[in-house]
Design a protein around this ligand. Structure first.
Ligand SMILES: *Cc1c(COP(=O)(O)O)cnc(C)c1O
Length: 470
């Protein structure tokens, strides 16, 4: 063997050994997942005591690094992929999407440009078209693959800012925001906090909150009144899927009112946008195709691994103007354009490949089934908890979210703590509409009826042990 092939062999052996160890650890994790307790056994400081300390003095071989890493991490891992994990809004990972994620890292494509990484860009373009078709959104909209809904909100709102300021005769790229017309941003009082974060990134300041109803839905009469209070460039940000109630703003009516005022309409549908893929749930987002931009996560409802959000913008020129390196708002892109013109980043991983794999493995019927099943499991959990003596479901269960209370705030907090200590299932404690609640989000493809009944039993046990007063 010559020196060149010696080197090649040594390198691929390094990969072989390290990847073989990774496959084994991954399989071990996935096999244990359905039955292991959901919460971690160690906290971050305990894990840090193992993985931290002084900088290692010299090299270690790749396979033993992988072994050491897996052993150190395991006690501090939250079983977020478990069918009994209902915290925050956290999706699992479909098998095809997980495997595609491994390949994405292996291929390691910098995915900004069509000519440089054609396979990655083509796969993402295919995934983007499938998504628009499944969700019933305009087929020529721009689809950008970003880290999550926070950045998807940022992207849609950035395109909106560009558009409304251009329409007002203000050259944002040349003159910045200072001295320009104030952009009014109106959002429901119960929007997700990351909308405010995105607005801060954009220099748009705090939004004007619009009154919501008892499920957290924006009230159209209040929006109409708020828009009538002023003039000038405006953005209205609607919500498809409230993290507590799961409720949807009345998107069709609110969009019509906003458009009467020439406002840009952005929809934060981090998990709720997927209702649009289901014939039986589509009524929740009726009319959303007339909005201007939409944000959603693939790492929530679609169950691809972190991180993967989708920034969808109907006006391709507006998003290109906000992010294209040589963009001019008045010049329309020829052809599909480059991915780097649709997202804030220049270099990024081809995270859309996991979306392609998820959609390819599910097909249209599988996507409908996934979304319907998550909503069904939420209803089943709500029904199960409602039967527990002293428990109450406090939201209208319209989609995948359930909020429960157990008498006083103190009791609800005690039941939540007892449930987490029990370890069978994880649900988050929260406060909504002035009271403490136990919050359930069904977002994992694998949650089955057995997970539902084991989790309801766990809530019943927590009620018995955690209750502090009758
Ligand atoms: C999760 C969520 C976000 C933020 O999404 P990330 O993926 O965490 O960035 C925004 N809005 C809503 C409604 C959400 O549920």
């Amino acid at each position: 063997m010559d020196r060149h092939s010696d080197r090649v062999t040594a390198r691929s052996l390094d990969y072989d050994a390290a990847l073989a160890r990774a496959v084994e650890h991954a399989r071990g994790w996935l096999t244990a997942l359905p039955d292991r307790p959901v919460p971690p056994r160690q906290n971050a400081d305990e894990v840090l005591a193992v993985v931290g300390g002084p900088v290692p003095e010299g090299p270690s071989d790749a396979a033993s690094v992988v072994d050491e890493l897996a052993a150190a991490a395991e006690p501090g891992l939250m079983a977020m992929g478990s069918g009994r994990f209902f915290g925050w809004v956290i999706g699992g990972a479909l098998p095809a999407a997980l495997a595609a994620d491994w390949l994405t890292s292996t291929w390691d494509q910098n995915s900004g440009m069509r000519y440089a990484t054609p396979a990655a860009v083509a796969i993402e373009e295919a995934a983007g078209s499938w998504l628009l078709d499944l969700l019933g959104l305009p087929s020529d909209a721009s689809v950008g693959f970003v880290t999550g809904a926070t950045m998807a909100n940022f992207t849609g709102l950035a395109a909106g800012r560009q558009r409304v300021l251009t329409d007002a005769g203000w050259d944002l790229d040349r003159d910045g925001l200072t001295g320009g017309p104030r952009v009014r941003v109106l959002v429901g009082a119960e929007r997700h906090d990351t909308v405010d974060l995105a607005l801060r990134y954009l220099g748009l300041g705090a939004p004007r909150p619009v009154a919501t109803d008892d499920q957290g839905r924006l009230r159209v009469d209040a929006l109409r009144a708020a828009l009538a209070e002023g003039t000038g460039p405006a953005i209205v940000c609607l919500q498809a899927g409230n993290v507590h109630s799961g409720a949807f703003d009345p998107i069709a009516e609110a969009t019509a009112v906003a458009h009467e005022h020439d406002a840009w309409v952005h929809v934060d549908g981090a998990f709720g946008l997927w209702a649009g893929a289901s014939p039986s749930l589509r009524h929740l987002v009726a009319g959303y195709e007339s909005a201007d931009s939409w944000a959603t996560d693939a790492h929530k409802t679609l169950n691809v691994p972190y991180d993967c959000g989708l920034a969808i913008v109907a006006d391709r020129a507006a998003v290109r103007s906000a992010f294209g390196v040589h963009a001019d708002y008045l010049v329309h892109a020829e052809g599909p354009g480059d991915p780097l013109e649709r997202v804030p980043e220049l270099s990024r991983r081809a995270r859309g490949i996991t979306v392609w794999a998820a959609l390819r493995s599910l097909g249209r019927s599988g996507v409908v089934d996934l979304v319907d099943r998550l909503a069904l499991r939420a209803r089943q959990i709500a029904e199960g908890i409602a039967e527990i003596d002293g428990a109450e479901i406090v939201n209208e269960v319209a989609f995948t979210q359930v909020c429960a209370a157990f008498g006083s705030d103190e009791n609800t907090r005690a039941v939540t703590a007892a449930l987490i200590a029990d370890g069978t299932s994880w649900m988050s404690g929260s406060r909504w509409q002035g009271r403490d609640i136990l919050r359930v989000s069904v977002s994992n493809w694998s949650t089955d009826e057995d997970d539902v009944s084991r989790s309801v039993d766990a809530v019943r046990r927590a009620m018995a042990t955690g209750r502090v007063s009758a």
